[in-house]
Design a protein around this ligand. Structure first.
Ligand SMILES: *Cc1c(COP(=O)(O)O)cnc(C)c1O
Length: 369
């Protein structure tokens, strides 16, 4: 973790994780190596550590305010966190958690490895009640794809009072908009694949914590399981991080405009965006986030109408995943595990294109419906 407490997040994103000293390159090089010459300090074998991972980890750690560890994907980081639990551990998890997280926990439950307690994470009282005798609280806010907001501060302190480890998947918000460790979380996980990388050209994950014991446990999981990142992906992700604040700012500004216009459009049903005043989590989002983000979803009447709408889009790409510079759209209900999502709901990951070009595309596709 680099010591730059006085700097704003935009500055940290640009300056953290750089080699220092006279003659040092401005950017960490990509260390393509499987091993290291003996006798040094820090690096021994390529599955244990790599200086390019370290540079990325220093930068992300500084952004989240903890020690970061990079993993081969978001789900690898999530699996490593779950693996720290004893056999039979009870995990409180949002019913609307990321599909992969739910599928992983459900699989582990089938095999007797953990007990899964699914909750409505927006219902603080019900979630806290489920913590009785639990071992881990998993939280997401905003959630995917309904953009529900959980009261992270209240949930994290309830977990802490009961000695339960709490985790926040901060993929949707990024540290630019929300810092869960400051809200009391023990671990933050990321799909770096999304906003942090930001260009839809890599898969990478990360876990961040202030707790040295947890960090050592997670590092041990990564080494034992080999869920390691590639040097090139780490380098690309660090390059992506440099512009994170700019990208999030622009995409969020675009999302605000589009959410309002979609809401006013007669052909569109409900619009889910925490930046809208009538969103049930709006006030909470204002309190715990520095902005509502750039993910939104909206409802068309049914699956065929939504699919025909998507097929008419010319600029916006019909693809899953999110958080890239380009706007993408995804009818979530088509995916296994997301059958509970309204069939005609489209999730929009708003990019950094000119907002009028994005709107022109949405409007022409709506006009055809
Ligand atoms: C994509 C995603 C993940 C999984 O990350 P991968 O990099 O695809 O393994 C986890 N959580 C959230 C919220 C995501 O959107």
């Amino acid at each position: 973790m680099s010591e730059r407490p006085a700097q704003r997040i935009e500055t940290v994103a640009v300056s953290a994780g750089r080699p220092e000293g006279p003659g040092a390159p401005l950017n960490a090089p990509v260390a393509f190596t499987s091993t290291y010459r003996s006798g040094g300090t820090g690096y021994s074998y390529g599955r244990v550590g790599n200086p390019t991972w370290s540079a990325f980890e220093d930068a992300l750690g500084a952004l989240e305010g903890g020690h970061a560890l990079a993993f081969g994907s978001g789900i690898a980081a999530i699996a490593a966190v779950i693996e720290t639990l004893p056999v039979g551990a009870a995990v409180v998890v949002p019913r609307s958690a990321y599909t992969g997280t739910r599928l992983l926990l459900a699989d582990l439950q089938t095999r007797g490895r953990v007990e899964m307690r699914a909750v409505d994470i927006t219902d603080t009282a019900a979630t806290v009640a489920a913590l009785d005798g639990a071992d881990l609280l998993w939280a997401e806010s905003p959630t995917n794809p309904l953009l529900e907001i959980a009261d992270l501060g209240a949930l994290m302190s309830a977990a802490r009072e009961r000695g339960i480890v709490s985790v926040v998947d901060n993929t949707f918000a990024t540290p630019v908009l929300q810092r869960p460790l400051d809200l009391g979380a023990d671990i933050v996980v990321h799909s770096v694949t999304k906003y942090l990388g930001g260009h839809s050209d890599l898969l990478l994950g990360a876990a961040v914590t202030r707790d040295e014991t947890l960090r050592d446990l997670l590092h041990q999981r990564r080494t034992l399981h080999g869920a390691i990142p590639g040097a090139m992906e780490s380098w690309l992700a660090l390059r992506g991080l440099r512009t994170l604040a700019l990208r999030v700012d622009r995409a969020q500004a675009n999302a605000g405009v589009l959410a309002t216009r979609l809401q006013e459009h007669a052909g569109v049903g409900r619009v889910h965006y925490p930046g809208l005043r009538d969103h049930p989590g709006h006030d909470l989002a204002v309190r715990q986030m520095s902005g509502p983000g750039a993910m939104l979803s909206f409802e068309l009447s049914d699956a065929p109408v939504a699919d025909e709408f998507s097929a008419r889009l010319r600029l916006i790409v019909d693809a899953t995943s999110l958080g890239g510079v380009e706007t993408t759209i995804d009818r979530r209900n088509r995916w296994p595990g997301d059958e509970h999502v309204p069939a005609g709901l489209l999730r929009l990951s708003v990019g950094i294109e000119h907002v009028e070009d994005i709107w022109t595309d949405l409007a022409q596709a709506l006009a055809g419906s």
